[in-house]
Design a protein around this ligand. Structure first.
Ligand code: 3HC
Length: 294
């Protein structure tokens, strides 16, 4: 029978990490939310309170439930706060060296039976796992943006992940109201492997001035029934994140041209046009973090 994971930690409170904290807390699971500095912690806290305040304002969450949700979150600077959790979900930037160092640290700090999960979207879970002394307890747990809304979680097992750990994590996904798909460790797993070639091609079409950003997005939204067009979706994902994912998939996936990042994407990232998070990407937003267009 699956072991019940009763208290968890999340490391890295960017867009994904803060969303994952919200998912746990919404579903009654106490969560330790960790960042490397007070400033980063404050940004994560603001993300969480902003999201839950919006839910209250829209009449989707009672004030008392919001307060209970926030009461389940313990914010902390530094990994020491993770000593007694059953599961850690790592959501730091997509750099293999950074993640490997972090997992080696978590391995030293966390209880021997704790599961260490990575939210990586394109890096090798196996390469992260072997930075620890417990690779059988390392697994991929890939959420989608916005994490509180998107139903899917990709559970990524490596050739050494233990079957019990997979079962524990699948059971947890059910408690979070998510649908899980369990797959092996391959660049981009299922969803990003299929999605990012399409997103990259949409940037190429825009770069070639074949169509306006509005028309590209309208075609896919209204013609194909997607909730948003590719350029609006890239702004939501974050252009820096999208670039890192494409780069990694290009390298790990046999240099498939579909994943060679279009030059415009790189230029936009270099110029600080990162999408919603910076206030400007393919579209311009009311302020950084806002979904409202100007
Ligand atoms: N946090 C919490 N809740 C949010 C939210 C957020 N950031 N954004 C939206 N919501 C909630 C709203 O509160 C609303 O809830 P309600 O139905 O209970 O009122 C619901 O989501 C719908 O929101 P809106 O009415 O404001 O807007 P839309 O109906 O236009 O939906 C959307 C917004 C959910 C973002 C929708 O456009 C969508 O599904 N877009 C596609 C997203 C997608 O494809 N994500 C995957 C990206 S790839 C990825 O993440 C992989 C990674 O590795 C990069």
């Amino acid at each position: 029978m699956a072991r019940e994971l009763t208290n968890v930690g999340v490391v890295g409170l960017g867009t994904m990490g803060a969303g994952i904290v919200e998912v746990f807390a919404r579903n009654g699971i106490p969560v330790v939310a960790v960042e490397i500095s007070e400033a980063a912690l404050e940004r994560g806290r603001a993300h969480l309170t902003g999201s839950t305040d919006r839910a209250v304002a829209r009449g989707k969450l009672a004030e008392a439930d919001r307060d209970a949700l926030l009461g389940r979150v313990t914010f902390a600077v530094g990994l020491d706060a993770l000593r007694s959790v059953d599961l850690v979900v790592e959501a730091v930037p997509e750099r293999l060296d950074l993640k490997r160092r972090l997992f080696a640290e978590l391995d030293r700090i966390c209880r021997p039976e704790a599961i260490l999960a990575t939210n990586t979207s394109s890096l090798s879970v196996t390469e992260i796992a072997v930075a620890t002394t417990r690779p059988a307890q390392v697994i991929g747990l890939h959420f989608f943006n916005p994490a509180p809304v998107m139903k899917l979680v990709e559970v990524v097992r490596t050739v050494v992940t233990s079957a019990d750990v997979v079962a524990d994590v699948e059971a947890l996904c059910g408690r979070l109201g998510k649908v899980d798909v369990t797959i092996g460790d391959r660049a981009g797993f299922i969803a990003n492997a299929l999605l990012f070639g399409y997103l990259n091609q949409a940037i190429g079409m825009y770069e070639a001035r074949y169509a306006s950003r509005e028309d590209i997005d309208a075609a896919m939204k209204l013609g194909c029934g997607l909730p948003m067009g590719p350029l609006a979706l890239l702004d939501l994902i974050g252009l820096d994140t999208a670039y890192e994912i494409l780069e990694t998939m290009y390298r790990r996936g046999g240099r498939d041209r579909r994943h060679a990042p279009v030059p415009l994407l790189r230029q936009m990232v270099t110029a600080g046009l990162l999408g919603r998070k910076s206030g400007r990407g393919f579209y311009t937003y009311e302020r950084p973090g806002s979904a409202k267009l100007v």
